[in-house]
Design a protein around this ligand. Structure first.
Ligand SMILES: [Cu+2]
Length: 219
């Protein structure tokens, strides 16, 4: 006779049920907290927009931010190029060989003095220009520069304008430029403005892929 108190079997059901609820809660909490590692080799490929033009040529567009702090991963306080979702480095991606690539950058970072005014020149882009807030330019005032997008192997270098010191919160400048890829291979690109930490500003984010350095795989 078991009337008046739960039987052994009922207690097992309650115990197993409670355990399942606890496990489900733990899995849910870990899932909410989980952020994928901000690895140097996570590619921005899924953020690319690829079009095939009437002549059969491929035109890839990638839109990126430059943020003052990447806010994730082991160096969350470092600055860097980042995809628009704020979760992925914007510096590692793949594009087709002998194709057009357009990069659009929203720069939320301030201005930093260039060490060498050679990098105020827009070099190696289609038309020899970049568009800063929709206005074509061939050279940027050294007082306005913040970063560069420089691909030595392709002779491409594009200065990025920084926000003025009196800019409102969440202000940014928009740069747009197009270059043509050559044959297949992995090519390096990086920022040339000494925007990092350490020796003369060339340390930290300037030396690590995923922040101010990247790799373009041309396939
Ligand atoms: Cu930089």
């Amino acid at each position: 006779m078991t009337s008046g108190r739960p039987g052994g079997r009922a207690r097992i059901y309650v115990g197993v049920g409670t355990l399942l609820v606890v496990i489900a809660t733990i899995i849910y909490v870990l899932g909410v907290m989980y952020k994928p590692a901000y690895g140097a080799y996570r590619s921005a490929n899924r953020f690319e927009h690829v079009q095939t033009m009437a002549n059969g040529q491929t035109h890839t567009t990638l839109e990126l931010n430059i943020v003052q702090t990447v806010n994730t991963g082991p160096h969350s306080d470092w600055l860097g190029y980042q995809t628009l979702d704020g979760n992925t480095p914007g510096t590692v991606f793949s594009v087709p060989a002998h194709s057009l690539v357009t990069i659009i950058v929203h720069n939320y970072d301030s201005r930093t003095a260039l060490r060498n005014t050679f990098f105020t020149l827009v070099q190696g882009t289609v038309g020899g220009v970049e568009y800063v807030n929709n206005k074509p330019i061939r050279v940027m005032s050294p007082d306005f520069t913040s970063h560069t997008f420089t691909i030595p192997d392709l002779g491409v270098s594009v200065p990025m304008e920084g926000i003025p010191s009196n800019a409102k919160a969440n202000a940014f400048e928009t740069m747009k430029f197009t270059f043509r890829t050559n044959g297949t291979g992995v090519i390096r690109w990086q920022c040339i403005v000494p925007c990092g930490s350490g020796l003369n500003g060339f340390g930290g984010p300037m030396q690590e892929i995923g922040y101010m350095d990247g790799l373009i795989t041309v396939t």
